[in-house]
Design a protein around this ligand. Sequence first.
Ligand code: 3UK
Length: 525
Amino acid sequence: MNITTPQVRGMASKYNASYLFIDKQVENGFGQDVAIFYQDEQITYRQLQERINQFGNVLKQLGINMEQRILLACYDSPEFVASFFGAIKIGAIPVPVNTMMKPKDFEYFLNNSRSKVLVIQQDLWDTIKEDRQNFLYLEHIFVISTQAVNEAGVKDYCSWVEQASSELRSAHTCKSDAAFWLYSSGSTGDPKGVIHLQHDMEYAYENYARKILKIDKNDITFSASKLFFAYGLGNGMYFPLGAGASTVLMPDRPTPDLVFATIEKYKPTIFFGVPTLYGAMINHVEQSGKKYDLTSVRVCVSAGEALPAAYINKWKNLFNIDILDGIGSTEALHIYLSNQVGKIREGSSGFAVPGYEAKIIDEHGALLPPNETGNLWIKGDSIAERYWNLHEENKVKFQGEWFNTGDRYYCDEDGYYWYCGRSDDMLKIGGIWVSPIEVESSLLEHDKVLETAVVGEKNVDDLVKTKAYVVLKNGMEPSEELKDELKVFVKDKLAPYKYPRIIEFVDELPKTATGKIQRFKLRNI
Ligand code: 3UK
């Protein structure tokens, strides 16, 4: 049992998230049902429970305690799920991170979280191992590989897990214990560790997944967005597991043809993507004239950035399936404003998900009437406790029960919310945060660049792309080749999705009297 009344003073009632999402399903007799479809494997709830217990026991053998962080740099796979819940089950804190990141980003994640354990795919480990002396708190490295890992100082994930016992009792954590962290990019370029508590996944599952998506045991989910994003973590892991349903995990990059092939192969009932992927999939069908069978899918979901109304209509014409746009965030854990089947207003983010409240206020905190644009604040129990070690920022963003989203919105008379942009300079590209400051800093390292300002620009489909205005140093000639050179330069330095898609050479940038670049004068979104 998960819930027990404590016998000892000072111990809170027990709550461990691994119970609700795994052990309860086995206890209820669903042990033989498929939890995960992964390549040609089918992993049942019982098998998943064993792998979770084994990984939890491995951590215990190494002396890992409650509250210690375990960094996960894993592709979508059974190992991701087993490591995530194995850590949670012993009260340790898994920290899944974006696998597209560069070595210096991993160094930041490891040191900022003070992780003692790293679980990492072989190919990613190969890119960071020479920096090992910089990982200040790291004691154990588990490498996931299809071949036996034979490297001094690192552990082979598979063989360690195989030898461990598959019986494990969950730690006596309580609902207010930290359960896992996720990193979210900040405007200064340094990602912020978002601390989520044991009960947060249950709250998002009960409200969004059950009440809006109406998920049940018979569903099969497939999320093109990866598990290391808060969006993918719900879609592809704790939503289906909470329902005793199945998930399709795909470790590869989600290209349109691969996503279509995966849908046809596993016949999911709920599909999750980001607007740029829906756009690419529509384009793929229109260009190739190919036909795909999506009849297994009963509903599609989009989040990460605003979904253009045109995509909803085109998708409906092609496949006769609705796409539900909803806004969520890493801090809120999942979607808190959403459209619903039968209640869709194309181009809007829908209305408040049950369990969440939203308000739109002006700079002085006064509530705004319908149709007036202001700052969106939200309330709901899946909202993170705080950011790790960011005292000042916490005071601004987390105020009592309310969280300041940083998004500009208005609400119409019928309660539908309409996105109007950000109140900071942050950009959402392909559903993923890009900090203009980080891109600017990288461009400035190029020896021909004098100054630059990075802003968002909408393309023909209304999706935001990164644009860099660049002032070259004296005597440098602007050219198309130089534009390509700058794009490749940024791709090499930063995670590739951050490179500026559009570059424009200018003679000067708009500045304040004190010389600060006025990005807002350049942006037209
Ligand atoms: C923007 C949207 C308009 C918005 C996320 C679903 O995207 C997620 O989390 P992030 O922390 O970013 C949050 C920010 O992204 N945004 C997200 N969805 C929409 N803007 N329409 C939308 N539908 O600026 C928000 O503040 O990366 C999405 C579930 C969990 C998530 N973490």
